[in-house]
Structures are given as C-alpha cells and as structure tokens.
Design a protein around this ligand. Structure first.
Ligand SMILES: Cc1ncc(C[n+]2csc(CCOP(=O)(O)OP(=O)(O)O)c2C)c(N)n1
Ligand SMILES: [Mg+2]
Length: 277
C-alpha cells in the first residue's frame, strides 16, 4: 500500500473539509480534522462500496456515530465520487443536502443519521446483526468519539455485539483526548479503554491516527478478527490544521476564508516536504 498516496488523500480530504467549513463560516473543525487520515484509508483502501450504487445491499457500512463531524465525511464522500465537490459549498446552508450532522435521507453515501451521541453505536451494531441474519459477508465500521464513549448506550451495544459474536463489527474510537469543552480525562475519565473493550469481549487494536499505514494495518487485522473488534486511534483534536491545533477551544470554531487559506497553504507545504522523503 502506497503510504504517500494515502497521506495525499488524507490531506486532500482535510483541505476540502476546511474549505467547506469556511464557506459555512463555522463548524465542528476539531473532531473533523482528527478523522481525515482514517477516512482516507477507509474510503481509499478498506470499504467495499460502489459510489455509483450507494444502496448496494451487501456493501460495507460506514457509520459516523460522532455525527457532528459530518463535514469531514462529506469531503471524503465527494473525494470518493459520491457527488460533485461543488456541493461541499452548500454545507449547513438552508435546504442543503449536507447538513451539519449526518442525515441518511439527504446525502448519498451516508448510511445512518447520527448526531445524538451514543446512538450510532447501538444502531450500527443492530445493522451488523441484520446483515449477519441475511447471510451477508460485509463489515460495519463505526466511528465513535472518545467523549462519546461516556454514553451508557455505547456499552450496551458493545456488550450485545460481543454476546452475539458479531465479527463483522469494527468500532473505531477517535481518541483525540478532548470532548466539547475540555479534556476527557478531566471531565469524565474513560480510564483504560483497551482493558474495558477486552473485558467486554472485543479484540483490540491500536494505531497512530496520524499514520495512514498504521491505520490501514489495524483495520485489516480488525476486519479479519474472529470477534468484534475495536481500533483505538491515537489522534489530536484539530490535527493537521494550524489554527485548530493552536486554539484552546477547537470543538466548534468560526472559520473565515483567510484562516482557511493559510491552513491550506501550510498543508500544501507539508505535503511537498513529505513527498521529498
Ligand atoms: C446525546 C448527546 N449529548 C450531547 C451532545 C452535544 N455534543 C456534540 S459533540 C459533543 C462532544 C463530543 O466529544 P467527542 O465524542 O470526543 O467528539 P470529538 O472530540 O471527536 O468532537 C457534545 C457533548 C450530542 N450531540 N448528543
Ligand atoms: Mg474527542
């Protein structure tokens, strides 16, 4: 797998996300930035999907349980060819097909409506059970926030997936250390997520969430595991976007065109350096 190509895709998705949020004027930048590498690997190399047939029955499913990060998912879907990139300019506008939070009835490629934290996990596990019951061989990938892991509903779902040995479930935690208004460890510590997942009957994998190669390897192993799998991604909220990395509060920010242009210039510089390696 070409790591440069994966990184290029991640940076492209990052730039598209920043531009879309700047066009809207504000948005959930922090948690969108921390999943750009993950989305590039999923949409570029892992998901068995067909953008020309978004409803294909036996497709893999991708559920963004942290549905407030819709902007990054839309950028990845546009990058993959589900719709025209121009549509990203309508993010969160009146009557848009790209609302701030994910809506499966509005956006081609969105498998589940999300935004109420916790629900995407239990709904996604229900989808995985349904796929199994129909004898399908696909996988259901669920992206959950580290703050979101505080929701009780998440653990009900995890227990159920383990009980039914749903080996088609891959639950990916975006461990960016921050939730809405502070550090997860200060607000309500999750303690050792790997130990908790193991105790609940999941197989656990780790990856550096900035390293596309590591993400790819972890997802491949998770997909092949004989039990439901969790992938814990070590990320940074705002990652790869200069103004978001620098901000004390980066969950949701006002973003103007100048900020976006500067951040994009930096990404381009970084990519040039990367390609020289
Ligand atoms: C049930 C529920 N409670 C509260 C919120 C408001 N809310 C939106 S995002 C967020 C913080 C989520 O933190 P985390 O899961 O860590 O996501 P990330 O850091 O990736 O943005 C909160 C509290 C919500 N969307 N749903
Ligand atoms: Mg978080």
């Amino acid at each position: 797998m070409d790591r440069h190509e994966m990184k290029k895709a991640a940076e492209e998705i990052r730039k598209m996300t920043i531009s879309a949020i700047a066009e809207a004027g504000y948005g959930h930048i922090g948690g969108s930035m921390s999943i750009c590498e993950l989305l590039a690997v999923l949409y570029g190399y892992i998901l068995k999907i067909d953008p020309s047939c978004p409803q294909k029955e036996d497709r893999d499913r991708l559920i963004l349980s942290k549905g407030h990060c819709g902007p990054a998912l839309y950028a990845a879907l546009a990058w993959k060819g589900y719709f025209d990139r121009e549509l990203l300019k309508t993010l969160n506008q009146n009557d848009t097909r790209l609302p701030s939070h994910c809506d499966r009835l509005k956006t081609p490629g969105v498998d589940l409506s999300t935004g109420s934290l916790g629900q995407g996990v239990s709904l996604g596990i229900g989808v995985a059970l349904g796929c199994k019951m129909r004898g399908m061989k696909n996988h259901v990938y669920i992206i959950v926030g580290d703050g979101e892991m505080q929701e009780g509903q998440v653990w009900e779902g995890i227990q159920f997936a383990a009980h039914r040995r749903l080996d088609n479930v891959v639950l990916i935690v975006d461990d960016n250390k921050r939730q809405l208004d502070g550090w997860v460890a200060d607000i309500c510590n999750s303690f050792d997520l790997a130990q908790k997942f193991s105790a609940f009957g999941f197989t656990v994998f780790h990856a550096d969430g900035k390293d596309c190669g590591e993400i790819y390897d972890a997802l491949i192993m998770a997909r092949e595991a004989e039990k439901p799998a969790a992938v814990l991604l070590d990320t940074e909220k705002g990652q790869g976007c200069s103004f978001a990395e620098a901000a004390d509060f980066n969950h949701y920010m006002v973003v103007d065109h100048e900020m976006a242009a500067e951040a994009i210039r930096e990404i381009d510089r970084r990519m040039e350096e990367e390609l020289k390696k």
